[in-house]
Structure formats: structure tokens, C-alpha cells
Design a protein around this ligand. Structure first.
Ligand code: ZN
Length: 274
């Protein structure tokens, strides 16, 4: 199914599915390392998944090429770069920046960010007829085709409505969990696939903060192990969103986990091709 429930933006080109690259512009769970921003992944140069502080690692030329942004949820570490991206891009692109998210996410951004108080309402700038920003509502399990890839949103278990994404290219499958606590949805979606080449999954806290993980609906290494044990298989698991103030301990605990598939730490600056 191709994104049939909402209006297709004009800019969407239903070209064939292509090989994909995912550039990591941010995969930290906090600030504290100037070389590692928060959630921001660039797919095939024109699709951004999340717009956290990793946007600050982009130059204007890179930002000008982005036509689509998919947001997992409203938390600042996933959206803080969006206002600056919209502002910068409008000076090099006449077409709007399309921002795809669940309706509740869009409502929060309209009310609390693009409200002419915190930041201008770019859905009406430079005009309502030709704005710099257009929101598009998406729903779990309704596919989109953007940037030569098929993207399938799915719900995860976090403190606000949150989506993960499966991305299918012509040669592989990559999934991003975004922020999540234990969830059956993630394993059900991935176990239904013939092959999953890459999974980017979070471990925000170390095990000493397991209660904080449960309170805020995140994972720590012991909870990550429980979640990964639900997976049939995955060729590469990349762990992300570590909090910088406890990175060393969290990395140690992740390195101690043993699975049948490779478990690696994701870094800003990496490019995953699939
Ligand atoms: Zn969050």
C-alpha cells in the first residue's frame, strides 16, 4: 500500500526503490559531546529521520537538499533542530519542507513550537499558499515511498506517541526503533520480515538507572537484552541514544551482552549502506 490515506505531496516522486544510505548526523541520547548530536539520520540525501541537535552538524548545502522529514515523536532530542532546518532551507528551496508525523505529534509542534512565540509559524511563511513548511499526517503500518525507499511506520512504547520506522531499499532492510521501552510491536514487525539487515535500537541509560528507564519508558542494557531476545534474527544491531554522562558504563554493559547477532555501538559520522 502506498500512503493512500493522505494527500501525496507534489514533490514525492514514485521512482523505483534504490540502494540506500543512512548517514548518522546524531545518535546520542543527550548533549555533552560536541561531536555527537541527538537523533538525526539522513536517508539518501533528501529524507531526514528525526531532526534533533544532529541537524547542527549539517551545512547549508546539506540542509537545502532535504525535502522530507519524518519525526518519531515530539521530544526535544528528536525535534530541536527542525525549527533551524526550516528557517535555513527556505532561502534555497521554493518548495516546502514536508514534515511527516502522527497527528498528535503535529498538534504539539503547531501549539508549542511553530506558534509565533517560540518560533515563527512557517506553515504561513512566506505565505499560506506557498509555505516553507507543510505537515503531513502518517499512521502506523501505512507505507510511504520517499527518496527511493519504502518507509513503514510502526508504534513503539514510549511516554508520548512514538513511531519507529522500517526502511526497505532495493537491497536490504533497516529499522529504527526510536525511543522505546519493552515492546512486542518491534519484534512482531521485524520477525515478519524475511531478512533484517540493520536495527538501530536505543539503550539510553546504564543498568543502575533501570528504574529510571522504566519510569521514562526507555531501555538500559538489561532491558535491551530482554527486547533483543524477542527477535528471531538480525544481521547487525546498532545501539544508540546513550546518555553522555554515563556513556562509558553503558558501553561496558552493552559490550558484555551476548547474542547470536553482532551488537555494535552507533557513532555520529557513520554511513550505513543497505
Ligand atoms: Zn523520547
Amino acid at each position: 500500500m502506498i500512503f493512500s490515506t493522505v494527500e501525496q505531496p507534489d514533490i514525492v516522486t514514485l521512482k523505483g526503490v534504490l540502494p540506500a544510505s543512512l548517514e548518522v548526523f546524531g545518535c546520542s541520547g543527550s548533549v555533552g559531546d560536541p561531536g555527537n548530536g541527538t537523533s538525526c539520520f539522513l536517508l539518501n540525501q533528501d529524507v531526514l529521520i528525526d531532526a534533533g541537535s544532529g541537524v547542527m552538524a549539517m551545512n547549508t548545502a546539506q540542509m537545502s537538499k532535504i525535502n522530507h522529514v519524518l519525526l518519531t515523536h515530539t521530544h526535544l532530542d528528536h525535534v530541536s533542530g527542525l525549527p533551524f532546518l526550516v528557517e535555513s532551507r527556505q532561502h534555497s528551496q521554493a518548495s516546502p519542507l514536508y514534515v511527516y508525523a502522527q497527528q498528535k505529534t503535529i498538534d504539539v509542534l503547531r501549539q508549542h513550537v511553530f506558534n509565533d512565540l517560540i518560533w515563527p509559524d512557517f506553515t504561513a511563511i512566506p505565505s499560506t499558499e506557498s509555505p516553507a513548511l507543510k505537515f503531513v499526517t502518517i499512521q502506523p503500518h501505512v507505507e510511504l515511498m520517499l527518496g527511493g525507499a519504502i518507509l513503514i511506520p510502526f508504534a513503539v512504547n514510549h511516554s508520548v506517541p512514538t513511531l519507529g520506522f522500517v526502511i526497505k531499499s532495493s537491497s536490504g532492510v533497516l529499522a529504527i526503533s526510536s525511543d522505546t521501552y519493552l515492546t512486542d510491536e518491534l519484534s512482531q514487525v521485524l520477525n515478519s520480515m524475511v531478512q533484517v539487515d540493520h536495527l538501530i535500537i536505543e539503550s539510553s541509560f546504564s543498568n543502575k538507572d533501570k528504574k529510571l528507564s522504566e519510569l521514562t519508558l526507555h531501555l538500559c542494557p538489561s532491558l535491551l537484552a530482554t527486547q533483543l531476545n524477542k527477535l528471531d534474527t538480525c544481521r547487525n544491531v546498532w545501539v544508540s541514544y546513550l546518555k553522555e554522562w554515563d556513556r562509558i558504563q553503558t558501553e561496558r554493559e552493552i559490550e558484555d551482552l551476548e547474542f547470536n547477532f553482532p551488537l555494535k555501538l552507533l557513532r555520529q559520522g557513520q554511513t550505513i549502506r543497505f
